[in-house]
Structures are given as C-alpha cells and as structure tokens.
Ligand binder design. Structure first.
Ligand code: ADP
Ligand code: MG
Length: 601
C-alpha cells in the first residue's frame, strides 16, 4: 500500500462533508473497511456493551509504518487517493481520510500495527484529541489492531442518543454481516461480552460461499436461492435471488453491493421491485444478495459521508440492466430447476423460444366488468376445448413413469385429482402436488401478456382532453419524452409552462384514473429516467381476466387434461408461483415420504 499523506486542501474540499460516527455500528463499518482495504484475510472483532464500552478490530493486513501512524489519525490523511482523478474512480472502500480522526476525537483510541518488513509492532494512543507523541514499540503480529473505548465519553449529548446495549449491538452485528457477505474469502469472527456470536472461516470455493450465505441469510434463503451471473455492456450482476415464493414481510433480506460496497440506492431498489412485481404478492418484499460490478469511473461514491449511497453516471442504463437481468432470471425458473446458472453476453432481452399453447382447459368467458375489448383478447387466446386435443399428446399423457426416471418430465404424470382442488402426480423423485386453479391462472395470465405484447398498443382519444397542472420539470420531461410516451399509447401535449393536456391513452386503460396514472408516470420518469406504470396497469387488468378465466376448483379433470396442465406449467415462465405469489406446486419426494413413515432408519 502507498504511504499516508495529507490531501491537498482543494481536493479535501471536494469530499462530501459530514459526520460519519453516530453509533457503534458506524465505527465498526469504518474499521472493517480499513482492514479490508489493507488486504486482511482474517479479521477478529471484540465488542463490549454493544460497542459503547469497547470495539476492537484486529486484522492481518499490510499494517501501517510507524512513521505514518500519527498521520493515520489526522483529518484528510489517506493512502488511498491523491488526486481528483483518483476521486473519480475510487477502487478502495475508504478514500475520505477522515474516519480514524473522527473516531479518535470522540473516544479513547489505541492503534497497534506492524508491517511485513518491520520486526516489531508500534503502538499509538489518543484520548479525544489528535495524536501527539511518538509510537512506542509493542508486540504485535503482522497487521493492525484498532481499539476504540468509551465512545462519546467527551460528548455527553451524543452519548445520550445511544440506545440500549442490545439495540446498538444489533446494528453493529448487521454491519458485520453485511460486510462478511460481500467478502466470502475473508474470515470474520465476532465476540460480544466474551461470547462468540459467529465465526466465519474464509470460503475457498462455491460450497464455502453457500455455507457463508446460509449462516448469514438462513438455510431457507439458500434453498430457494437462484444463482445469478449476467454480464452485458460492461456491467456484471452476480449473486443470489430468492425465488418469489420465498418473500418477506419486510425488506430485511436485501443486500446490494456496487463494486463490493454495500449501498442503499433508490434506483436499485426500484429496478429490483419492478422485476419482481409480477410474481410477488402485494406488500411482500423480495430477498436477494446481489453484486453489481462496473467501471469505477461510472459510479460516484463521493455522495454521502458515510458512503451508503452512490450515484450512477448512466442511471437509466443501470436501471434497465438490473431490471432486465433479474426479470429474465425469475422468468426462467421452471419446475425441476434448483439453481439456475445464467451467464450470457449481449443475448439478454432477446426472447428465447416461447412455448406455444396447444392443449389444456377451456377458458370461461371474462366477466362483464372487464371491457369488451379484453373479452376479445381472452377469446382469441382461449385454448381449444379439451375434446379437440391432439390424440397423440393425450396418449402420451397416460404414459407410465419410466423405471429409470429418464424420460419423466419434472412434474411427472397425473395420478388423480384430490377433492377437486389438487392434482396428484408421480415424477422420478416421488409425489408432486399441484394447486390446479392457481397453476392454470398463471398459465393463462402469461399467455395473455404474450398476446398483449405481440399486438401493438391500441390507443383511443380522450372524449374530453384532460388538463393537468404539473411542475415545470415534469412538463419539460413530458415534452422531451413525448415519443417514448406515445410508444406506450399516451399522447400528451404541453399546454403551458406548468400544464399538460392528455389527448390519448391506451384503450385498455380507459377505466383507469388517467390523471393519477400520468402523474405517477412523470414522477417515475423524473426520478428513474423511465416508467413502467402502463405496463403495471395493463398487467393488473390481465391478471383479473386470467383469474376469472381459469379453471375453478371443484371442476373434474380427466387424466389427459391434468397432464396437459402439468406440461403447460413446465413450459410457462414464472409458473412456480400463482399471480399473487403463492406457490403453485410442491413435492413430497420418496425421502420425505420415507421420513414420514420412519422407513429405513
Ligand atoms: P481512509 O480509509 O479514508 O483513507 P481512515 O481515517 O479510515 O481514512 O484511515 C487513514 C489511513 O490509515 C488509511 O488511508 C490507511 O492508510 C491507514 N489505515 C487505517 N486502518 C488501517 C488498517 N487496519 N491497516 C492498514 N492501514 C490502515
Ligand atoms: Mg477508512
């Protein structure tokens, strides 16, 4: 690592100002970032009283030269950047040169460090002030130990803001976990009040990474996780997405990293949400651990003093990449998949051989509330009645399960229908149970979306043009993006500096609250550079039609009909969840059944 130096005042002034130390969790964040920047392979953390009494971090990284130790604790002193150019392409976690100075000014700090080519360590201590004096020799292996005692001892007002020991420790532990997730190759151990909270060994391979993921996010997350690895146009997204059926009531299992740095970013959250929108139950939150890697010059990390936020230079492109990558990975999960490895270059977004509906269940007509036109769409795509099915396919439906299991499709072959609600089927592994209404609803819905997508949008003029008052910025945006809006079926004209006139809307949405919809669209476009409101409204309507058009519970199905439904599920995107995010099927493998009967124990 290079030596520590004071930043030029002009450069120091460019750095996002503000206090970074507000509680023990922010101290641990800065100390861990320093250890990682120093190339540590193992980091040991000890905490007392939630961190208020003591936070100690020992690493085996590169260490600090004795002559630099005093400078390490000074403000605007860093070894990580030296010029404006460096600031524009930060490759390390730290770069502000302020953390140790800030921490040192509100605690009793001790720094002991030894570099690879020194034969002993050195210690420097401060107590609520800048370091003075010379470091003294002290025993220490290669690496650095930073010990922060009595946080805020000299600023009682700030000390008062600390919560209970348990709360503070909870926040601190979260930070350690968040960082440990991003660096599977580094060992982390955390002790609180002399008790080991966790100890994570460095992961050497993929199974080690899965173990770390399981210990930090829980085994249920790992079981339902889809491995993602997508690369396009200089952006790479990798990590894990939970299948939509593993959703959370809170946004508490969402980890996102940009170039290894954990960030909270509205654009990112929005893109991920959008990608899950069609498969998640309303009000549920997706779970994910995702890493975005990109050219450091394309992302500004100097936005927030605590470095929790970033700014993408090409926000719209990043949003689009995230949305499309995640959307496609979710769509591709089919029955039978456990983990999907998804790597491609440039092919993203091209539709891959979408299955054509050939058989199955007659669709009931859409109810009266839904517009005429949609009834047309539904009718157009109503599959042929069961009696018209291809006899060869029907015969295949009765095929027995092959003894070697090789030819058995993932959802197997139907055995029976249970209480008019569930289909029981046998596959190579055991028993498959399908909720026939929810499964059929998803298939119908996916097919209707395809139908809608393959026809161009039909707009109709508003009977009475709608005038709406907006901000100047929104009006500018509507004007600049008129072509984009028109491609969505919305024709808007500017009628004043802060007013718009809506002249045409997609005919499907004529019953929607047009004013609210256009306002929401403009808000999206101003914040995210794009909008998917129209799509969301259309999908809501299609979902309603699909629900009414799908086979009801209590309808008797023949075996060929049931098999046709199973084959359709295998061929349909997102068929593992119904349109409300509930699972459509589950399995009881032979091992599960044996366990139920205590067999073979
Ligand atoms: P920054 O990380 O932004 O550079 P800090 O105040 O956190 O600023 O640290 C100041 C300097 O001290 C760092 O640039 C680095 O050179 C050195 N340093 C801090 N912690 C460690 C550590 N654990 N191991 C090696 N060097 C460290
Ligand atoms: Mg730092």
């Amino acid at each position: 690592m290079s030596r520590i130096h004071l930043l030029e005042p002009a450069l120091a002034n460019q750095i996002a100002a503000g206090e970074v130390v507000d509680r023990p969790a922010s101290v641990i964040k800065e100390l861990l970032e320093n250890s990682l920047d120093a190339g540590a392979r193992n980091i040991e953390i000890e905490v007392e009283q939630g961190g208020a009494r003591r936070i100690q971090v020992r690493d085996d990284g590169g260490g600090i030269e004795p002559a630099d130790m005093c400078l390490a604790l000074a403000r605007h002193a860093t070894s990580k950047i030296a010029s404006l150019d460096d600031l524009e392409r930060v490759a390390s976690l730290g770069f502000r040169g302020e953390a140790l100075a800030s921490i040192g000014s509100v605690s009793r700090l001790s720094l002991v460090s030894r570099t690879a080519d020194s034969d002993c360590g050195y210690r420097l201590e401060t107590s609520g002030s800048l370091a003075s004096g010379e470091p003294e020799p002290a025993a220490h292996p290669r690496g650095t130990t930073l010990c922060v005692r009595d946080l805020f001892f000299n600023t009682p007002a700030r000390r008062k803001f600390l919560r209970t020991e348990r709360t503070e420790f909870g926040h601190l532990e979260d930070v350690v976990k968040r960082i440990a997730l991003s660096r599977p190759g580094v060992g982390f151990s955390l002790r609180h009040q002399a008790r080991t909270v966790f100890s994570l060994r460095p992961a050497e391979d993929e199974s080690g990474q899965d173990r770390r993921l399981a210990s930090l996010c829980g085994p249920a997350f790992v079981d339902s996780a889809i491995r993602v690895d997508v690369e396009r146009g200089g952006l790479r997204l990798h990590g894990w997405l939970a299948q939509p059926t593993f959703s959370r009531s809170q946004a508490d299992l969402q980890f996102f990293y940009v170039n290894g740095r954990s960030v909270r970013d509205r654009l990112v959250t929005h893109a991920v949400r959008e990608a899950y929108r069609d498969v998640l139950y309303h009000g549920r939150h997706p779970a994910y651990v995702l890493f975005l890697e990109m050219d450091a010059a394309q992302v500004d990390v100097n936005v927030h003093p605590a470095k929790h936020e970033v700014r993408f230079r090409e926000g719209r492109m990043v949003h689009d990449f995230l949305f499309r990558s995640i959307h496609q990975v979710i769509a591709e999960v089919r029955p039978g998949d456990v983990q999907v490895e998804h790597r491609e270059h440039a092919a993203l977004g091209e539709s891959g051989g979408t299955p054509v509906y050939q058989g199955g269940l007659a669709m009931a007509p859409a109810p009266g509330r839904v517009s005429e036109e949609l009834r047309g769409v539904a009718g157009l795509y109503a599959p042929p009645a069961a009696g018209h099915r291809d006899p060869a396919a029907a015969a295949a439906g009765n095929a027995p399960v092959a003894p070697d299991g090789s030819a058995v499709p993932p959802l197997g072959y139907a055995l029976a229908q249970l209480q008019g609600v569930y289909i029981l089927a046998e596959n190579a592994d055991g028993l498959v149970i399908v909720d026939m209404h929810t499964a059929h609803e998803r298939i119908t819905y996916e097919r209707m979306k395809q139908a809608y997508d393959s026809a161009s949008v039909v707009s109709q003029p508003m009977l009475v043009p709608l005038h709406i008052a907006v901000s100047e910025r929104e009006a500018d945006c509507a004007e600049a993006e008129a072509a984009f809006l028109e491609s969505l079926g919305v024709r808007v004209e500017r009628s004043g500096p802060e007013s718009l006139t809506v002249r045409e809307i997609p005919s499907l949405l004529r019953e929607a609250d047009v004013e609210q919809m256009v306002r929401d669209m403009l808000a999206d476009m101003v914040t995210h550079g794009t909008t998917s409101r129209i799509r969301a409204h259309v999908e809501d309507i299609l979902r309603t039609v699909a629900c009414h058009g799908s086979v009801r519970a209590n309808r008797r199905l023949t075996v060929p009909e049931m098999n046709a439904l199973l084959r359709d599920m295998e061929a349909t995107e997102r068929s593992g969840q119904c349109n409300h995010g509930r699972p459509t099927w589950t399995r009881l493998g032979m091992a599960d059944l044996d366990a139920l009967f205590l067999r073979g124990r």
